[in-house]
Design a protein around this ligand. Structure first.
Ligand code: C2O
Length: 593
């Protein structure tokens, strides 16, 4: 059922965290212990003396050999630290280090492809030719047939994702784990990952113009699961076929874990409205779109995904996956997601949306911060060289010699409207408040303390077993157009704790009279949502942080005519019965430049 060749579960009777850190090695024998820290690959593809095999000639002319890594801490994996990761949902360690390069291999710094190389044009899945699909499928067949320890082997390429996404590595110069999800490394890591994957495929099929397809679930023509992925080497048995065959259901790109029940036309409208939130009104500052600013070291950890990562990224992983599996493998879990060939077209669309967002924001540099720009990842390239690629290397697609065939952006025009006329809504909300029906706070605290903070939900946080409505003060009222352009008003849901590593979703509504009357993203009252995907991070792991959700609401407050108000009413609405698995610390308003 799963592809667990590497991951035989050990006995369960000791401290997993110690195990993960390689501190209980002697407990094991029989092929487990020797794969914990300092994993030494035995194959010829991975030893320090290898030149190349199968992937063509190693043309490292001109590539600089990197000096010894300095011990200043940075958001770069320490290749010698590869260790087990952990899924606490089913209590099972995960091992991805088979794909980790031997740290003794020579490393070359990334170099841009030659400007005379052809530009690879990534096309939408609904416009692919039969020839292209056949060629692309052949590439998967080849990758799946390569020796198990070949870096271009399909499962080893999939493990590359597991390495960076479940915290298999420590950061260079620190024992903090490196995570490329739920923070500002999300877009750059995945861009680099699929960049190399694309070039490897091109090499394997002898086509240096080969370009990955993208799955544009953000436009109506792209909202179906692409049929060709059911074929031959594209197939993955671990999908939710009730969505895909024979119904050809329109994707619910903000999937709650349960069916939306919407007809196709309504689902399309909901999806387009969702895209408007995530690309336009909710993403007016880089941090809102890209994710939180993680810094090196334990103190620098953060857990705050950007808009697109939460929805549709996380939710489409969940919509495709087989939810009958313990960790929602394949697409629904970080450690297995890229074992589904549709992952790459999904991520190609995510990558395209980054470039679209950037274009809408005048092409400006997202963050002028060396911690981000110098963050680096290691990949084996199409010639089997070990390449260190930094975030600063992947910021300009044209230098990477690929582009996206243009499609429409219908979601630019889908600015939502209030479900209830704002003046009427405010009247009702005030009345509910007077009748003590609004603040279901512990102890019934009637008013928020000053200082822009809502009442804190107490040390244990507040479980979301049912919708929770709170009144949140706004530190600043009546802001000028210039203020609003400079500083985005941000609704912050902080101290989000997912109890076990499992799917969780809650929506956030502003000034909603009745959550049942809000038509999801099609209503202006909808501010966004939090979505948790299985991460493979140990519960109780000191590296596990509480998450923060930041939602830009400047435009929403204009449309709800709430800009002059000194507070707003916020409702947190658990979805798909998942509220019992999450607690929230509180809600407040901040301003973000
Ligand atoms: Cu690293 Cu879509 O996941």
């Amino acid at each position: 059922m799963f592809n667990h060749a590497c991951c035989r579960p050990p006995p369960y009777l000791f401290d997993y965290y110690q195990l993960l850190r390689g501190k209980l090695l002697p407990v094991f024998n029989g092929g487990l212990g020797d794969r914990v820290n300092n994993y030494s690959p035995a194959s010829s593809y991975n030893t320090a003396t290898t030149t190349s095999n199968g992937g063509g000639s190693s043309t490292s002319a001109g590539a600089a050999v990197v000096e010894e890594p300095s011990m200043t801490s940075s958001l770069t994996p320490n290749l010698t630290s590869c260790h087990w990761s952990y899924s606490d949902h089913v209590g099972r360690p995960l091992f991805c280090c088979k794909a980790s390069p031997d740290p003794r291999l020579p490393v070359v710094d990334f170099q841009f492809p030659d400007h005379s190389d052809p530009i690879r044009v990534r096309r939408p899945v609904h416009r692919l030719s039969a020839d292209f699909i056949a060629k692309y499928e052949k590439a998967f067949a080849i990758m799946k047939s390569l020796p198990d320890d070949h870096p271009h082997n399909f499962w080893r390429q999939a493990d590359q994702h597991c390495l960076y996404c479940t915290g298999s590595y420590e950061q260079t110069g620190s024992d903090a784990l490196l995570f490329v999800h739920r923070d500002w490394l999300f877009f750059p890591f995945h861009r680099a990952y699929i960049y190399f994957h694309e070039r490897i495929i091109g090499k394997l099929i002898g086509d240096d113009t080969f370009a990955l397809p993208y799955w544009p679930w953000d436009v109506p023509e792209g909202m179906l699961f692409p049929d060709f992925y059911h074929r031959g080497a594209f197939n993955d048995s671990e999908r939710d076929f009730s969505h895909l065959i024979p119904l050809h259901q329109t994707a619910d790109i903000a999937f709650d874990g349960v069916e939306s029940g919407l007809g196709a036309a309504d689902q399309v409208a909901a999806n387009l409205a969702m895209m408007y939130h995530q690309m336009v009104s909710g993403a007016r500052k880089p941090e809102l779109f890209m994710g939180c600013r993680m810094r090196p070291g334990r103190a620098g950890a953060c857990d705050g995904p950007g808009t697109i990562e939460l929805i549709p990224h996380n939710t489409m992983h969940e919509w495709v996956t087989n939810r009958a599996n313990p960790d929602w493998e394949d697409m629904g879990s970080y450690y297995t997601a890229s074992r589904d060939p549709s992952f790459y077209a999904h991520h190609s669309n995510i990558d395209r949306l980054w470039s679209v967002w950037k274009e809408l924001h005048g092409g400006r540099l997202e963050f002028d911060d060396p911690a981000w720009l110098d963050a680096a990842f290691y990949f084996r390239d199409e010639n089997l060289r070990l390449v260190r690629v930094r975030v600063r290397d992947v910021l300009d697609m044209s230098k990477l010699r690929y582009t996206y065939e243009e499609i429409d952006r219908p979601w630019l025009e889908t600015r939502p409207k209030p479900a209830v006329e704002p003046k009427v809504a405010r009247g009702i909300l005030r009345e509910m408040e007077a009748r003590n029906r609004v603040l279901r706070m512990p102890g019934g605290a009637p008013e928020a303390p000053s200082g822009g903070t809502s009442p804190d939900f107490g040390p244990g946080g507040r479980m979301l077993e049912e919708p929770l409505r709170v009144k949140v003060p706004r530190p600043k009222r009546v802001r000028s157009a210039a203020d609003k352009a400079e500083e985005e008003e941000v609704l912050v849901v902080y101290g989000i704790e997912v109890k076990r590593d499992t799917f969780v979703k809650f929506d956030v509504l502003v000034n909603a009279v009745d959550e049942a009357a809000v038509a999801g993203p099609r209503s202006r009252e909808y501010a966004g949502a939090f979505v948790n995907v299985n991460r493979g991070v140990a519960h109780g792991d000191p590296h596990k942080r509480k998450a923060t959700l930041k939602l830009g609401i400047t435009e929403l407050l204009e449309d709800l005519e709430a800009e002059a108000d000194d507070s707003i009413w916020v409702t947190l609405v658990p979805k798909g019965g998942t509220g019992v698995d999450v607690t929230v610390g509180g809600v407040r308003i901040e301003y973000l430049r």
